[in-house]
Design a protein around this ligand. Sequence first.
Ligand code: RAM
Length: 522
Amino acid sequence: MSIQKLENQVIIRNEKFIETAEQLKPQLHETIVKPSSIVEIIADTDVIHGWKSEVVAPASSLANSEYGKNDSVILDFGDHQVGYLSLIIHPVGSPPDAPLKLKLTIGEMPVEMAEPFENYNGWLSSSWLQEETIFVDVMPAVISLPRRYSFRYVKFDVIDTSPKYKVVFENVECKAVTSANLNAVKKITQQDAELQKIDETSIKTLADCMQDVFEDGPKRDRRLWLGDLRLQALANYETFGNNDLVKRCLYLFAGVPDDKGKVPANVFVAPHLIADDTYLFDYSLFFASTLHDYYFATSDLQTLKELWPTAYRQVELALERLDENHILKDSPDWWSFIDWQEGLNKQAPSQAVLIYTMKQAIRLAEELNVPEKDSLRDRLEEIVDATKKHLWDEEQQFFISGSDHQVSWASQIWMVLSGVLTKEENNKLMNRLFDENPAVGIATPYMYHHLIEALLVSEEKERAIAEMKNYWGGMIRDGADTFWELYDPKNKEFSPYGSHLINSYCHAWSCTPTYLIRKYNL
Ligand code: RAM
């Protein structure tokens, strides 16, 4: 997947739904956070990205130093923050006879402080890298930076003062914002200290992504994606219980379908609600899934009634992609996300996502007692039979995908979750997957979430816990304050975007261990 750009996207706005979403706009809670220390970033080949931070002084000593041309200082806020930065700048020496030119670099990870953003050459816009150059004509000055940042570290580079004066930085602080109510989280008594830490880090990740909507990443892309929303909502039901925020997000998607009724993969909310021109087969279906989970978490029948037609429409549109054998057509121009794994064929995992969501849609149709429940059930039976007939390879004992009959982790995992096999067969399949370890693996915490859940539904709890500790525990051991968008323990530089500088280090789809731990009593 790279970039989807549509020339003739037609959006049919549903103003009533948009108004409902607007009414549910959350209040943001604000907290003032001060930096904890002054740090240096040191090269170290033993740590992730080759850079680590080392404390050189407490942040309270910042005002004791004067900074002139080419001086710099890095502040560490001690934990991940999402919010607005401000500071006071005092001149020292002669009256300032020239403006101050100050560059600020704001980052979630030590590497963002160490490697110049000018060297970035990935395929996502470099404008996501957080920096500002400001000119201050009159000092003392209170500077409030205009943008919201997602960060732990801030670097001040004094580009120039003048030979006659220097500056002192004071009162650096962040007004941190979130729509999550931290007091609402039920405390759990987790015997296992590592799982406890993983649970806490998940909750922090989710909180930092909970803003005006459930954002995917507060650094990048700062917007509402359906695939991320589905997982955030699950984690939210187990923790913050901010169900109205899920409802708001569902109405936002339902507010901007295209002329066929398809919901986009993501939306922008400013300057007003806009559907992105990106459509993903699996993400559209997850509208039905997210509505299913929302309804069973809240029993909000009125919302179910209002949004059911949108959910059902996603299933209808997905069914149009089936061929005469009831198998999804595979083609190079097809957009289904599943994972960032290089070379992954999407056919079989998408077929499984279709089955998974159809089952949820049927449960909703039964709740509503609408006639679609029968037609969906009949259709599902045909599709499940066809899946076992055409996508199951008897010889290899794996599901295969695409014309090359690819055997991937994603296909097996999603097929297990779709429930086309019995519990015993699922268990055997998951064990075979680990034993034979097919080459087309997993690239994201998003897909890892599904791996863990597939292990849990196939009675492999111990392995699920071990994998979770290995993967999310590994991120913590590598320095995560919040869970990262991408993490490959075997290749820690990994980025699907061409540079790990642009990766998001607080990412929605990585927050699910809290859901898995709490839901499955790990
Ligand atoms: C990336 C982001 C986002 C995800 C999409 C499909 O741009 O990580 O969270 O949902 O991919």
